[in-house]
Design a protein around this ligand. Structure first.
Ligand SMILES: NC(=O)c1ccc[n+]([C@@H]2O[C@H](COP(=O)([O-])OP(=O)(O)OC[C@H]3O[C@@H](n4cnc5c(N)ncnc54)[C@H](OP(=O)(O)O)[C@@H]3O)[C@@H](O)[C@H]2O)c1
Length: 251
């Protein structure tokens, strides 16, 4: 089965790299003719469609990865049929709007992050349609949400992924500033965040218990947490999450 990629930008490039790494042949893919399509075609030998009509005619499974503002216009007027499944990665664009633009295709919303390049993207989806899985499963652990509303809220995690990268950058820069070699500082901080994520994911017990075990009374973890709390960091974090959710609901 050929997978069509409609919108070949930053996210699509990461997904394509992963699909090829996980064993898909370049000729199992077909790219829409814009963005990074020429470079990916030259580098990996992936075919490029003459236009989006040809892409839809040749591919029962299509990834939509254009900017949210372009999602509806990119789908409209193309020869969609009941055998088509569209996986939309477009943040905030509802199933209703996509369905209206591409009847009678089935629509799945998915929110991969660029760690999909490593097969490490916790990828939220709604709804869970089997026909979409060959495109989604290689990207990392799939997290199925129960409703579109739940999916929208969970999508805030895609922004949090960027904030965490920024925390890694800031922490590494601080350590470097205090005399540790740059590459060591970056590796240490990146792996500390991976370790924290793995413990939260895999250890027994709720987060409060895990944190209580870490924050020994009078110890350094508690000292730092109290300092962050005095500066209202958790309120700022919630405010940032609220702002992202409000933007997603507006789209
Ligand atoms: N970047 C991420 O990490 C990330 C993560 C999760 C979800 N997303 C979602 O993924 C989508 C794409 O984001 P991005 O960062 O990859 O954006 P991007 O780099 O701007 O890529 C979008 C691409 O779509 C192309 N395009 C627009 N309309 C088209 C059409 N009608 N036919 C063919 N190609 C068309 C654009 O081509 P031109 O350059 O010629 O305009 C551009 O190459 C967004 O909706 C975003 O919400 C992104």
């Amino acid at each position: 089965m050929t997978v069509g990629i409609l919108g070949v930008g930053h996210l699509a490039r990461s997904i394509i790299v992963r699909l090829l790494d996980s064993g898909m042949k370049p000729t199992d893919l077909l790219l829409s003719p814009r963005g990074q399509a020429p470079q990916l075609a030259a580098r990996h030998g992936i075919p490029v469609a003459a236009g989006n009509r040809e892409l839809v005619e040749g591919c029962p499974l299509v990834l939509l990865a254009v900017r949210p503002k372009d999602a509806v216009s990119a789908l409209a007027g193309l020869p969609w049929t009941q055998r088509h499944t569209i996986v939309s990665a477009c943040a905030g664009v509802t199933i209703g709007k996509l369905r209206e633009a591409a009847p009678p295709a089935r629509i799945v919303r998915a929110m991969p992050i660029t760690a999909c390049e490593l097969g490490a993207s916790p990828t939220t989806i709604f709804p869970d349609i089997a026909a979409a899985r060959p495109l989604i499963d290689p990207l990392g652990p799939v997290i199925v949400l129960r409703s579109e509303e739940e999916f929208e809220t969970a999508t805030v995690s895609a922004a949090i992924y960027g904030w965490v990268q920024d925390l890694i950058r800031q922490s590494a820069a601080w350590i470097e500033c205090h005399g540790v070699e740059a590459e060591t500082a970056r590796q240490l901080m990146a792996r500390t965040f991976v370790a924290a994520g793995r413990m939260a994911d895999e250890a027994e017990g709720d987060m409060e218990t895990i944190l209580r075990q870490l924050a020994t009374p009078g110890g350094i973890t508690e000292l730092g947490l109290k300092t962050l709390e005095r500066r209202n960091v958790s309120a700022a974090w919630s405010e940032a999450s609220d702002a992202v959710l409000a933007r997603l609901r507006q789209s």
